[in-house]
Design a protein around this ligand. Structure first.
Ligand SMILES: CC(C)(COP(=O)(O)OP(=O)(O)OC[C@H]1O[C@@H](n2cnc3c(N)ncnc32)[C@H](O)[C@@H]1OP(=O)(O)O)[C@@H](O)C(=O)NCCC(=O)NCCS
Length: 178
C-alpha cells in the first residue's frame, strides 16, 4: 500500500530525485529538485524550498520549513521585492537526522550526521554530527551519544545498514479532520 502511495506522491509532485523508499505525508509543498536517500520520512505540511538534499534515514516532523534563499535587501533605491535574489545555496541534511515539528531550516546550512533538531527551532548555522540543537536560533542543548566510541559504532551500523527497522507511520498519513 505504501509503495503505491509513495509512487503516486513522487509522480504527482514530479519528484524525480526522491528515493522510492521515501515516504512523504500530504499536504506538503515540496520543491521538484528535492534529493533524498533511502528510507526518509517527511511529515505532513512540510514546505521544502529548492536545493535541499537529504541523506539516508532522515526523519522530518510535521510542518517543517526549509526556507529557500534570501532576497537582495541592500540595493539602495530598490524595494526588496524588486531586488532579485543572491545565488541559491544548497542545504544538506546528512544521514539519520531527526528534525522536530515546525522547525525552520535556513538555506545554506548543513545538518550533520545523526543530529537532532528540537521542535520549533530555527537552524541558521551548520549543526555538528550527533548534536542535539534547540531554540531560536538553534544552539547545542545536548549530545545524542555519550562517547566517541558510541558515535563510531553508530556510524558503522549506518554504513552497513545492519539494524532493526520499525515502521515510522503506523496510521494514516493525512492530517485528521478538525
Ligand atoms: C529535543 C528533544 C528530542 C529532547 O531532547 P533531550 O535531549 O531529551 O532534551 P531535554 O528534554 O533533556 O532538554 C535539554 C534542554 O533543551 C531544552 N529543550 C528541549 N526541547 C527544546 C525545544 N524544542 N526548543 C528549545 N529548547 C528545548 C530543554 O528545555 C532543556 O533546557 P535546560 O537544560 O535549560 O532545562 C525534544 O524536546 C524535541 O524537541 N522533540 C521533537 C518532538 C517532535 O517534534 N516530534 C514530532 C514527531 S517527528
Amino acid at each position: 500500500m505504501h509503495t503505491l502511495y509513495r509512487f503516486l506522491v513522487r509522480r504527482g509532485l514530479r519528484l524525480s530525485a526522491v528515493h522510492p523508499t521515501t515516504l512523504i505525508g500530504l499536504p506538503g509543498t515540496i520543491s521538484r529538485d528535492l534529493i533524498t536517500g533511502r528510507d526518509c520520512f517527511i511529515g505532513f505540511n512540510a514546505r521544502i524550498g529548492p536545493k535541499v538534499q537529504l541523506g539516508d534515514y532522515v526523519l522530518i516532523g510535521p510542518g517543517v520549513l526549509f526556507t529557500g534563499d534570501d532576497h537582495n535587501f541592500r540595493t539602495v533605491g530598490t524595494p526588496v521585492i524588486f531586488s532579485g535574489r543572491p545565488p541559491l545555496r544548497p542545504t544538506v541534511v546528512d544521514d539519520d537526522v531527526w528534525i522536530g515539528a515546525r522547525a525552520i531550516i535556513l538555506s545554506g546550512t548543513r545538518i550533520g550526521m545523526g543530529a537532532i533538531v528540537a521542535a520549533g527551532s530555527l537552524v541558521n548555522k551548520d549543526v555538528p554530527d550527533f548534536a542535539i540543537v534547540g531554540g531560536v536560533p538553534a544552539k547545542v542543548i545536548g549530545r545524542r551519544f555519550e562517547s566517541e566510541a558510541d558515535q563510531d559504532a553508530h556510524r558503522a551500523a549506518l554504513a552497513t545498514g545492519d539494524f532493526e527497522r520499525r515502521r515510522v507511520a503506523r496510521k494514516k498519513l493525512a492530517p485528521s479532520a478538525p
